[in-house]
Design a protein around this ligand. Structure first.
Ligand SMILES: Nc1ncnc2c1ncn2[C@@H]1O[C@H](COP(=O)(O)OP(=O)(O)OP(=O)(O)O)[C@@H](O)[C@H]1O
Length: 339
């Protein structure tokens, strides 16, 4: 279901146009990072929670300075816990006189991951069908810190630790933008209180069965109280640094892979790989294996192939996903089906 509602009646909440530190901070971030250029068509993803409401109010207040066209998108996952949420966001958009797009999931999404995947799909669809070039979300500095901890605990490498980025391409002409990555959840809450924004309390956020909620409500407060009051900011900054480093290493590895790979795409030249540092060897091997469609690799499997770079002739790995093995033949590491 796809629905557009627009209403240009009184914009009662928006008449209160006070300029706060958060307005100034966002305005400066947008100028410094060129995140949302002037005159763009912005589709703001609003769940109804404090972060996306804060984002919405800030962008609406900055709209006249930047000349954007703004609309709201809400995705209804069909969960019982979300009953009333879509109507709440729709009412807000009507009161504020902002065009509103609603998508309702045809079938209830069973997991958080499935819901997220569907959400991005439908946000792209709405943007594509209605000429929006930027999809904007309310992810905060606190989300960034939580994502870093979540991925660290799961054993992610540098790429996973720098996962939540300021922007990324959703399609060739639609960009996902997260302008609140230097704003904490505490700041968005205070802002919502100040402007009496009608926050929708998502009861799923209170469910401690979810690892993310335990990180937010138990682990981070513990680390804050017992280790470092600035932990959220520090983790978010670490994530920012790691993102730049992993981008650089990935791009360098890609260039090396292009010179080391054989024309038949199944062999890698060991002499070239022997001259580069271990950090790059691992990335070249991983990119190579991804290219030949071996994707779900664990640490040991990548290390087994990396070890072949300096191994004696005829060495080989044990079986890798996809029933493949890697074997040394002269100066080459060769991928083949295991027999
Ligand atoms: N049901 C929804 N409809 C529209 N936008 C949403 C919805 N849920 C979340 N969003 C957008 O995504 C942002 C992040 O929300 P949340 O942290 O709950 O999602 P997440 O699944 O953890 O994020 P990610 O997409 O990075 O995994 C919100 O600030 C909002 O902009």
């Amino acid at each position: 279901m796809d629905k557009l509602c627009s209403n240009n009646t009184s914009i009662h909440n928006l008449s209160f146009k006070m300029w706060t530190n958060l307005h100034a901070k966002l305005h400066q971030t947008l100028k410094d990072r060129h995140l949302l250029p002037k005159e763009k068509n912005l589709l703001i993803a609003v769940s109804g929670g404090q972060d996306s409401l804060c984002l919405l109010k800030l962008l609406v207040d900055l709209q006249s300075k930047w000349g954007w066209k703004i609309a709201i998108a809400h995705c209804d996952h069909g969960w019982i816990s979300d009953i009333g949420m879509a109507a709440h966001v729709q009412e807000l958009s009507e009161n504020w006189g902002i065009p509103f797009y609603l998508k309702v999931a045809p079938m209830m999404k069973e997991t958080e991951a499935a819901a997220r995947k569907w959400r991005y799909q439908v946000l792209i669809e709405i943007a594509q069908n209605n000429g929006f070039t930027e999809v904007v979300t309310g992810h905060t500095l606190s989300d960034r810190a939580e994502t870093l901890l979540y991925n660290l605990i799961r054993g992610a490498g540098t790429d996973g630790l720098g996962a939540l980025t300021w922007q990324r391409s959703l399609t060739s002409n639609i960009t996902l933008v997260r302008p609140l990555l230097t704003v904490s959840r505490w700041e968005t809450w205070e802002f919502c209180q100040q402007f009496q924004l009608p926050i929708w309390e998502d009861i799923v956020n209170a469910n401690l069965d979810y690892a993310r909620n335990r990180i937010r409500q138990e682990l981070l407060p513990y680390l804050k109280d017992n280790f470092n009051p600035q932990i959220e900011t520090n983790l978010a900054q670490t994530s920012e640094v790691l993102k730049a480093e992993s981008d650089y290493l990935e791009a360098t590895a890609k260039t090396i892979l292009e010179t080391a790979i054989h024309a038949d795409k199944t062999q890698l030249n060991r002499l070239i790989l022997q001259t580069i540092p271990l950090a790059l060897q691992r990335r070249v091997i991983r990119q190579f294996l991804h290219q030949i469609t071996i994707r779900q690799l664990n640490f040991e499997q990548i290390e087994a192939v990396v070890n072949l770079i300096n191994a004696p002739r005829r060495s080989r790995t044990s079986s890798l996903p996809g029933n493949m093995i890697a074997e040394v033949q002269e100066d080459w590491i060769i991928m083949q089906k295991s027999t």
